[in-house]
Design a protein around this ligand. Structure first.
Ligand SMILES: Cc1cc2nc3c(=O)[nH]c(=O)nc-3n(C[C@H](O)[C@H](O)[C@H](O)COP(=O)(O)OP(=O)(O)OC[C@H]3O[C@@H](n4cnc5c(N)ncnc54)[C@H](O)[C@@H]3O)c2cc1C
Length: 428
């Protein structure tokens, strides 16, 4: 395709820091819109940019390691993208438009995209049993954990978020005894309505996970090559290995040291709807950002595959000064305990939920949709084994509901028809 960017060949490169989902996708998007100038990606992992969702699912579960690369190695060469793996960027100078690498090299840029993701949070309490304690953020983490699971009979998971639950689910599939400690009284309290939190807890228990809710970790020590955990109530748990899954710390060191605006609440790099940071010529995308909620404008930090891809697309366009569609409605999925759970929009405790179908109990299969509504607006839709039905509601989220919410629960009407009803476009 002919370039539409006259200064492509002469301008300083676009430098992308972080060779993950957002970094890799942004480089691809730059080429897709016809940019022919130099693009450099700097990534501190040894791998090609890869997808993380399979790490807690197929990679942990399978005997073969599936190929998780975002694009094949040949893609970067064929598209003239200079991919520097195993290389850490250590300094950003936004005024001089320069990034310094750990080997002392200085890269000048016309625009810089920070796509630095985040690091798994650690628990200082676990330092004494470090050899048997794992986290799961990178491919190398997943391969280490997978190897450790081969000879282990039991695993202790600390943290009952999506990641902790997926690890528990995969561990049970592999026949390990799984214990999960969560300090909140319910699983995923902030991400799911209480009805679904309880359901997920029951589902995990039905699959043999020993759940310890409302439980704090008082200590964790090494025990005969494994770990011994003491909970706040004095209970003791012993496992061959432990996984700490207590969330992500956004990686914002470069941005903070360069004086970019950081969200004091969620720790992300503050960006606008075009992924522009507080420094001219510096953009950010993916898990490291704090971005405006499309409907309310409130800053939110999203950790999802779709958000990384959407922000990569938007940042690529913004760096070139071209228009592009706004970010799609947030979408997230998780696979656990034989269920595929997908979500559209944002969860908020103020939402009232309406259920279409029946949540599959125990280990049964079945499908359901949950509609989260506030003051006549549809704000959140959750699908249990009903991803196809969920898609029909993409345009209806964050819109006023044109029908009573109960009307969406009709089990006999096809999802597309219900979505038209929600939007007031029902055919007569
Ligand atoms: C195990 C696991 C399972 C997941 N499952 C799901 C799922 O089912 N559904 C879903 O929607 N999402 C899921 N996610 C989330 C999704 O993968 C992330 O939201 C997505 O990877 C974010 O992309 P990113 O580019 O922002 O960050 P990343 O993919 O983390 O990439 C950031 C990269 O930047 C590098 N980096 C950081 N600082 C520097 C520096 N100074 N110099 C050079 N390189 C640097 C990092 O090492 C990393 O390689 C999962 C995540 C994990 C870890």
């Amino acid at each position: 395709m002919a370039s539409t960017f006259p200064s492509d060949d002469h301008a300083a490169p676009i430098v992308i820091v972080g060779a993950g989902q957002a970094g890799g996708m942004a480089a691809r998007c730059l080429r897709e819109v016809g940019y022919r100038g130099a693009v450099i990606i700097v990534g501190d992992e040894a791998h090609l940019p890869y997808e993380r969702p399979p790490l807690s699912k197929a990679v942990l579960a399978d005997e073969q390691v599936p190929d998780v690369s975002l694009m094949p190695a040949s893609f970067y060469a064929e598209h003239g993208i200079d991919l520097k793996t195993g290389t850490r960027a250590i300094r950003l100078d936004a005024d001089r438009r320069q990034v310094e690498l750990e080997d002392g090299a200085i890269l000048s840029f016309s625009s810089c995209l920070l796509a630095t993701g985040g690091r798994a949070r650690q628990l200082p309490l676990c330092a004494g049993a470090a050899a048997a304690v794992h986290t799961l953020r990178t491919l190398d983490d997943a391969l280490r954990l997978r190897e450790a699971m081969r000879t282990a009979n039991s695993v202790l998971i600390i943290g009952g978020g999506f990641l902790g639950l997926e690890i528990a689910s995969t561990a049970r599939m592999r026949g390990l005894e799984a214990m999960l400690v969560e300090q909140a009284p319910q699983l995923l309290e902030r991400a799911l309505p209480p009805l679904l939190s309880r359901w997920l807890g029951e589902r995990a228990a039905a699959h043999g996970v020993q759940l310890h809710l409302n439980a704090s970790l008082a200590s964790l020590s090494e025990d005969a090559g494994g770990v011994r955990a003491v909970l706040g109530d004095g209970a003791t748990l012993r496992a061959d290995l432990a996984v700490v899954a207590v969330g992500l710390a956004p990686e914002v060191t470069l941005a903070r040291e360069a004086g970019l605006r950081i969200d004091a609440h969620n720790g992300g790099i503050v960006v606008d709807a075009h992924c522009r940071t507080s420094a001219a010529s510096v953009f950010a995308a993916g898990d490291c950002t704090s971005r405006p909620h499309a409907a309310t404008g409130a800053l939110v930090r999203l950790e999802s595959w779709q958000n990384a891809n959407e922000q990569a697309r938007i940042a690529a366009a913004a760096m070139l000064g071209i228009d592009t569609a706004p970010a799609a409605t947030p979408w997230f999925w998780t696979d656990q305990f034989g269920c595929n759970v997908q979500m559209l929009g944002h969860r908020d405790p103020a939402l009232d939920y309406y259920v279409r179908g029946t949540l599959p109990s125990g280990c049964e299969s079945g499908k359901a949709l949950l509609f989260g509504v506030r003051e006549g607006r549809l704000e959140h839709v959750v699908a249990i084994n009903a991803g196809g039905d969920l898609r029909a509601f993409r345009d209806a989220v964050d819109q006023p509901l044109a029908c009573a919410p109960q009307a969406l629960c009709d089990p006999d009407a096809p999802a597309k028809q219900l979505a038209r009803l929600a939007l007031g476009r029902a055919r007569t």
